[in-house]
Design a protein around this ligand. Structure first.
Ligand SMILES: [Zn+2]
Ligand SMILES: [Zn+2]
Length: 139
């Protein structure tokens, strides 16, 4: 089974996870636009039990998700890189694909929250788009 590693910009925080993500998505929600400074966040959906921080402690910012449950953002308190988003209602983390250091060829399997995308957003070709979320996934 392949292991993946990643880190924040300054290197204070490192993580690893085991095996392949269960899915992956470009998320165009308002929060992702704000914390990435871009039109979207590329999240790899990694089962929480497969993931751990291997160096440092992330700082946690908590907001309320659409479900009414907490969504935690784990970021580096030094350089500000968001490492993952943790919607409490699901059993996976949305890990920032751009923080991976392991060579990979991940691509998004869906585009979510496209109803909130800015006018200048770029959508991936050939993957399903959802105004909010596909049914069965909490946010
Ligand atoms: Zn950092
Ligand atoms: Zn989002």
């Amino acid at each position: 089974m392949k292991n993946y590693k990643g880190k924040c910009s300054c290197g204070n925080i490192e993580y690893c996870f085991e095996g392949e993500p269960i899915s992956s998505a470009f998320c165009y929600c308002d929060n992702c636009q704000t914390h990435t400074g871009s039109d979207k966040w590329f999240g790899l959906w990694v089962l929480k039990e497969k993931f751990r921080f291997s160096k440092g402690e992330p700082t946690i910012f908590t907001r309320l998700g659409d479900s009414g449950e907490a969504v935690n953002h784990a970021f580096c308190g030094n350089c500000g890189t968001t490492l993952l988003v943790d919607p409490k209602v699901v059993d996976f983390y949305s890990v920032g694909a751009s923080t991976l250091t392991t060579e990979n060829d991940f691509s998004p399997k869906m585009a979510i929250y496209t109803a909130s995308a800015p006018k200048w957003a770029v959508f991936p070709e050939g993957v399903p788009k959802f105004d909010l979320l596909p049914s069965g996934v909490g946010g």
